[in-house]
Ligand binder design. Structure first.
Ligand SMILES: O=C(O)[C@H](O)[C@@H](O)[C@H](O)[C@H](O)COP(=O)(O)O
Length: 257
């Protein structure tokens, strides 16, 4: 009997978490539509309950497809984007108008279209706003502590073929940082090398963690993340929501399960 998953939270203590659930879709488009619909539904439910939900976006190609579907489905959803707070799990430390910016990707795909409050969109610093990744990380940590609610409603994460999430990569020292919520990365194996990322404990400060994974290149990483607890081998294995962890997969990404 495998023990229930645990998640490391700030201060380094492990907390038991619910078992992950897996949802498999025919292809990337169906996956993106499902995630976008589920996100809008969660946001509307939170707002109906009088709350201002806080979500964390991720970068990458399936995230971009999800963002486009959010833009398409949002008008009929009843979500008031003026009452949603947006964060990122990681960001590339490049110029603000660099195509590599996760925030630029999200703004173009949906944020600029849905009427989100500018003050509620918390971008990680670019090279125009901070001297280096460490200063950018410190600034985001201060922003989170001042404007965050202590726990994200939904933390969305892409997964790399090596099992990385955000900018936390296998066998990198950042995986063991449990006394900070944001850190700077100098040597990302996935270009660009300079990044800012939430730490594992911060990624785990989420009610609901959603992994968005498409393509057979990720199949082994998905199988490892769902079958092991070795965070250093597969960082995605170390992130679990306090209320739920959902794996949104297409058939190709689920092919090794
Ligand atoms: O800034 C980043 O690069 C992302 O946050 C990164 O963690 C991404 O989500 C994965 O690498 C999956 O990316 P794909 O969906 O494009 O494979």
């Amino acid at each position: 009997m495998t023990p229930p998953p645990t998640a490391t939270v700030p201060g380094g203590r492990p907390e038991p978490r619910p078992e992950p659930r897996v949802e498999v879709h025919e292809d990337a488009r169906a996956l993106a539509t499902s995630v976008a619909g589920e996100l809008l539904s969660r946001l509307a439910d939170a707002q109906s309950a009088g709350r201002v939900p806080q979500i964390a976006l991720t970068g990458g190609s399936i995230a971009d497809a999800v963002h486009a579907e959010v833009a398409r489905l949002s008008p009929a959803s009843g979500v008031d984007w003026a009452r949603v707070v947006v964060w990122w799990g990681d960001e590339r430390f490049v110029a603000p108008d660099d195509e590599d910016r996760n925030a630029l990707q999200a703004r173009r795909a949906f944020l600029d279209a849905v009427g989100v409050e500018a003050a509620h969109v918390h971008e990680m610093a670019s090279t125009a706003d901070a001297d280096d990744v460490h200063a950018a990380a410190a600034a985001y940590s201060a922003d989170l502590r001042e404007h965050g609610s202590g726990e994200f409603d939904v933390m969305m994460l892409g997964v790399g073929p090596d099992g990385h999430v955000a900018s936390l990569f296998p066998h990198h020292a950042e995986l063991d940082v449990d006394d900070r919520i944001v850190l700077g990365v100098l040597d990302s194996p996935k270009p660009p090398p300079l990044r800012v990322s939430l730490t594992l404990p911060a990624l785990n400060r989420a009610r609901s963690v959603w992994f968005l994974v498409s393509g057979d290149a990720k199949a082994d990483a998905v199988a490892r993340a769902l079958g092991t607890s070795d965070v250093h081998e597969t960082p995605a294995a170390g992130v679990h929501g306090s209320e739920e962890t959902l794996w949104f997969l297409d058939r190709a990404a689920a092919s090794a399960l």
